[in-house]
Ligand binder design. Structure first.
Ligand SMILES: [Zn+2]
Length: 165
């Protein structure tokens, strides 16, 4: 046997698993998103930095942060257009993804940008965007997305979407 090349015997199969995971300290963000279409950030009780996405403790001074309701408008900091994705988003390509700094936030949130006419100039740095919500929300990041400000009315008039608060 020595000198013979190792060959593993492999069998193709699949495993189905039911599971639950917790959002832990960030749970309030997802509950308010689902039930009330609110986008909650946090504000550090010491240095005042506003975190969006929210952080339970400030990542700069490690003090606790309080929940605050954020505006649903913001500005694109950096973006790209997605052409390759997972099965969950395949029907949506091409679409934008961007780091969006909500008005009043000190940090940016990574989120999808949808447009009726997706061209790079629509999702460039400095573009103004507004949040649009799914009518059927599950408490997930995919419950909302951003659209260019001038397309907001078009998007919220589609049957599956609605405007925020
Ligand atoms: Zn702080």
């Amino acid at each position: 046997m020595s000198g013979e090349k190792f060959q593993a015997h492999e069998i193709r199969d699949f495993i189905k698993i039911n599971y639950k995971y917790t959002m832990g300290g960030q749970s309030k963000f997802f509950i308010e998103l689902k039930n009330n279409k609110k986008l909650l950030g946090t504000k550090c009780t010491k240095c005042g930095k506003t975190w969006m996405p929210p952080r339970i403790n400030c990542s700069e001074c490690y003090e606790p942060a309080d929940w605050i309701e954020m505006k649903q408008t913001g500005t694109i900091e950096v973006s790209t257009i997605v052409w390759y994705t997972t099965s969950a988003f395949i029907k949506a390509i091409p679409y934008g993804v961007a780091f969006v700094k909500l008005d009043g936030a000190d940090t940016a949130l990574l989120q999808g940008i949808f447009s009726e006419n997706l061209v790079p100039s629509k999702v460039k740095k400095g573009s103004f965007v507004k949040a649009v919500f799914l009518k059927e929300r599950e408490g997930k990041m995919t419950d909302f997305f951003f659209v260019p400000e001038d397309e907001y009315e078009t998007w919220i008039n589609k049957p599956e979407y609605e405007g925020g608060v």
